[in-house]
Write a protein of this length. Structure first.
Length: 461
């Protein structure tokens, strides 16, 4: 099982190579050379133990190059982050045909924990194999950074650098990153938005001078390993619902989670249509619905983790929808990166829309859905979850056809907006309460790639 790049990089990489590269050398994203067909009963595995399912999937995607022990450990850690306090798949039925998948039972109370808890032992195993050290550069609009810090703090061979847009993550998300005392973690606040941070990360991944001090990779969902850790929960949730190919409604920022669902379907899982729900930062939805892919300055919304206007994994979808036309993908994303806009051909736009649909949810709808969820189901949901639930309700299929909306974070990570919708603050778990009053460490930089390079170099030294 090997990996190739979306922009034409064809020198096959094993899973370990793709994991430690983060991005392909030509700037493309790694994808499997061919999608594997499960050599086990996927339906039975999806309905069985989550750790076993994950182990089987990891092996299917070639992770066993890192050894069976590493696969086992990774699967056990993701299982612990996924299951709820009762040890069950955290799927809550709220209507006859509508479920909410609570992906916030892990250590940082967001869906990123599943993949991050899994990828940390895999990274250790990959580094043990080649005796290298690794600098991970990662961009976050809130949840990725917190989960990465939690998973990699104290790691012996990994330095973790997290870039977040200054003042544009929730206070709880910021505290989760900046109060961790670990010499191998550097939190950088950038005077810009998430897209600026992600652009810096991509630039740093190609920076030869950083590679003089060991390997450089990322734990954003541009890294195939990150994305792979998000596939099992689609399969487990679909099986737990008992529904036939339920539609998944995914609140979307960098589009990694939604693409993981697409992968679950691609390998023959019981995963139905994928619908991406976005907030006012809706470049993705505009591209899929109109063919106009235009990057605007991201605006601040309540669903702050989704304030993304250049969703990295859109590139994987374009690659697949175009029939793996690497040259076309390269041209398209070169143009987008240079000019901030690109017009897709009607054929390509139709092909994208056939794979994934998308809709935009306003701030008003987000707030109203939080209030609705509490009134109707006695459930307190976060703004990101509300975007997905609003999109699901608008599609109306939950009446007639099964839908699963992803709840990507705990409401207590966004207490003020939730309180503005409900009139009271969500209950605060101990994991959050403990953060207040702790000392924070942040290095601030201007929105400048050279400033980013300098600060990472200094950290490596
Ligand atoms: N929503 C994200 C943005 C980065 O996404 P990723 O899935 O590519 O890591 C965040 O919370 O940081």
């Amino acid at each position: 099982m090997n990996y190739i790049g979306t922009r034409g990089f064809r020198e096959p990489r094993t899973f370990a190579g793709a994991l430690l590269d983060g991005l392909a050398p030509d700037g493309g994203l790694y994808v499997p050379e061919t999608y594997p067909t499960p050599d086990f009963d996927l339906a039975a595995a999806s309905a069985g133990d989550y750790g076993d399912l994950t182990e089987k999937l990891l092996t299917l995607f070639g992770v066993d190059v890192l050894g069976a022990e590493a696969v086992k450990k990774a699967a056990a850690r993701t299982k612990a982050a996924f299951l709820n306090e009762a040890g069950q798949v955290p799927l809550v039925q709220v209507e006859d045909n509508l479920w909410i998948l609570e992906l916030f039972h892990g250590p940082t109370l967001a869906f990123k924990d599943m993949a991050m808890q899994m990828i940390a032992p895999l990274t250790d195993a990959a580094l043990a194999q080649n005796g290298e050290t690794l600098t991970l550069v990662t961009a976050t609009s809130g949840d990725t950074g917190a989960a990465a810090v939690r998973a990699f703090a104290g790691s012996e061979h990994v330095r973790l650098v997290v870039f977040h847009p200054l003042g544009r993550v929730s206070p709880v998300q910021r505290l989760q990153m900046t109060t961790v005392e670990a010499d191998n973690v550097l939190n950088i606040g950038v005077e810009g938005d998430f897209d600026d941070c992600q652009r810096m990360v991509k630039r740093l991944l190609g920076e030869e001078s950083l590679k003089q001090n060991g390997l450089v990779s990322s734990v954003n969902s541009i890294n195939w390993g990150r994305l792979l850790g998000q596939v099992p929960y689609y399969l487990a949730a679909a099986a737990a619902s008992g529904a036939d190919h339920p539609e998944f409604v995914v609140p979307t920022g960098n589009f990694g989670d939604a693409f993981a669902g697409w992968v679950g379907r691609k390998i023959g899982g019981n995963v139905g249509h994928i619908h991406a729900a976005v907030n006012r930062n809706d470049a993705l939805a505009q591209a899929i619905n109109t063919g106009h892919y235009v990057r605007h300055q991201a605006v601040e919304t309540a669903s702050v983790s989704m304030d993304v206007q250049a969703p990295s994994n859109f590139e994987r979808l374009v690659f697949e929808a175009s029939g793996r036309h690497a040259e076309g993908v390269k041209g398209l994303f070169d143009t987008f990166n240079a000019t901030g806009k690109v017009f897709l051909s009607p054929d390509l736009q139709g092909a994208l829309n056939a794979q994934v649909s998308a809709s935009t949810i306003s701030e008003g709808e987000t707030k109203a859905t939080i209030a609705y969820g509490y009134k109707k189901w006695n459930k307190v949901i976060c703004p990101h979850t509300a975007v997905a639930v609003a999109a699901a309700l608008k599609r109306g299929m939950g009446q007639s056809q099964p839908q699963i909306a992803l709840a990507t974070a705990h409401p207590a990570k966004f207490p003020d907006f939730v309180a503005s919708a409900l009139g009271f603050q969500p209950e605060v778990p101990e994991a959050i309460r403990a953060l207040y009053g702790s000392k924070e460490t942040i290095t601030s930089i201007r929105n400048d790639e050279f400033a980013a390079l300098e600060v990472v170099k200094a950290f490596q030294a």
